[in-house]
Write a protein that binds this ligand. Structure first.
Ligand code: URA
Length: 464
């Protein structure tokens, strides 16, 4: 057999090693190695041995640059994570064809293009499912609490999904164990570990019990559509979901609950959590509105459980979402500076927000604040009411229009309402003022004037 016809066995270092595959593929294209001559060998796969042959031939010195369109690279980067062992053949075949047909990716009827697209879509869905269905259990170790989850992805998505979990759970220590490998986050560094067994992960804990209670309480029988539910939460994920073994019983009792709900005038019979940790766990899992589904983490209230003063903002911002604490960014700084100037002690206050997730628009690396809609505020109001019932503050400070709506249940003009106390339904005294972020947006002269009014409002709260 001549060198030209010999099979070439090319190793890929890891199942998700797109960069490694791409480097080899470029070299092979430049050396003119046709797709049918290549056997891609994956870790743990011995099929390639049958064709053990040359290492990838070196590309000629003046080989033309390899053409790979942006849409090919985007799709290929996802498709490569699919578990199908033939995916590298497919990707190489398309890359090879792109050299003579640069517009190939635009031909959606082409069987190879459709095949890559299908792989990429399946992978995207698997990544989404992992984000939705990873459930952490709390474990105590020498350094305190750590969170451990067991998950069985269908495709090689673990490493790629790691960045999402780091962003979402930046403030806690966690491990995600899978049969393909593990990820460990210590609050600063993400490390990889070897494949794990389900037995390595803890089986259940109080946080899980909370989750189950919460799930049972928000399960709305009137909206029960079993097919849609199974599509969203496929049965193969059920075994690792603490709430899943409730599902058959909940479905079975759905008719009875629906009848009871109709009798109650259609009210959701979900009960409010009976402690602040239970509330926080339930808020973290809340997907009642689109903001809750956007993949950021919920920011719980912060401060003493029996605080006399509750300060309510609009929603967490970028800094707050990352740190998991309300008002620690620029608006929080303005609030604290003005509070200090009038002797208002915020360290003894309970600080929270009308909306618990960060509504934003991603623009490049930035996450731009978006104002929540009235509907989103009203949906999240349930949590604020629950927190007020648990903390029972005597004085409540609403910062801005969203907070005022969440507390009063209607839209009011901050400028008309500010500067005087109004009673809330539980007898607490509410004072409405501007949001401190408003000060940050004003020009110098207007800022000085508004700062004085803002401080005067805070002084009223300090004196109450
Ligand atoms: N703005 C708010 O309304 N809340 C925060 O927690 C931070 C900024």
């Amino acid at each position: 057999m001549t060198g030209l016809l010999a099979r070439v066995r090319v190793s890929v270092a890891a199942h998700d090693d797109f960069d490694g595959w791409r480097d080899s593929a470029r070299q092979l294209i430049q050396a003119g190695v046709a797709p049918e001559r290549i056997a891609w060998a994956l870790p743990g796969d011995h099929a390639g041995d049958l064709f053990a042959g040359d290492a990838p031939p070196a590309a000629p010195a003046r080989a033309p640059a390899v053409r790979a369109s942006r849409d090919f690279l985007d799709l290929a980067g996802r498709a490569v994570l699919h578990a199908d062992p033939r995916r590298f053949d497919l990707l190489y075949r398309v890359l090879w064809r792109l050299q003579s047909a640069p517009r190939l990716m635009a031909d959606r009827a082409d069987p190879d293009v459709r095949a890559i697209d299908a792989l990429a879509r399946t992978v995207r869905r698997d990544m989404h499912k992992m984000r939705a269905f990873v459930r952490f259990r709390v474990v105590e170790d020498a350094q305190g609490e750590t969170y451990v989850a067991w998950f069985e992805p269908s495709h090689h998505i673990l490493r790629t999904n790691g960045a999402f979990f780091v962003r979402r759970f930046a403030g806690m220590r966690w491990s995600i164990l899978t049969p393909q490998g593990a990820l460990h986050w210590d609050g600063e560094t993400l490390r990889e570990g070897p494949p794990a067994n389900r037995a390595d992960a803890p089986a259940g804990d109080p946080a899980e019990a909370l989750w189950r209670t919460y799930y049972a309480s928000i399960f709305n029988p009137a909206r029960l559509k079993i097919d849609a539910m199974v599509k969203e939460m496929p049965r193969r994920y059920w075994k690792n979901l603490p709430e899943a073994d409730l599902i058959p019983a909940l479905i079975a009792s759905a008719q009875a609950r629906e009848a009871a709900m109709i009798a109650l005038g259609g009210e959701d019979s979900g009960r409010a959590p009976d402690s602040l940790p239970a509330l926080d766990a339930a808020v973290a899992a809340c997907r009642r509105c689109a903001i809750g589904c956007n993949g950021t983490r919920a920011v719980p209230g912060h401060g003493p459980a029996d605080a006399r003063l509750m300060v309510v903002g609009e929603q967490p911002g970028d800094h707050e979402e990352l740190a998991g604490r309300p008002f620690i960014g620029p608006a929080g700084q303005v609030l604290r500076d003005h509070a200090r100037s009038v002797g208002l002690d915020l360290d003894t206050a309970r600080i929270n927000n009308a909306v618990r997730h960060f509504k934003h628009l991603r623009q490049g690396k930035q996450r731009l604040h978006q104002t929540p809609t009235a509907r989103e505020i009203d949906t999240c109001r349930w949590w604020l009411d629950a927190e007020r019932q648990l903390v029972r503050p005597r004085v409540v400070l609403a910062l801005g229009a969203s907070a005022a709506r969440a507390l009063l249940g209607r839209t009011v003009s901050v400028q008309q309402e500010r500067g005087r106390f109004v009673p809330l339904d539980d007898g607490a005294q509410l004072l409405i003022t501007n949001h401190p972020a408003y000060l940050l947006r004003l020009g110098e002269a207007a800022r000085v004037e508004e700062a004085a009014r803002f401080a005067a409002d805070l002084a009223l709260v300090a004196q109450e």
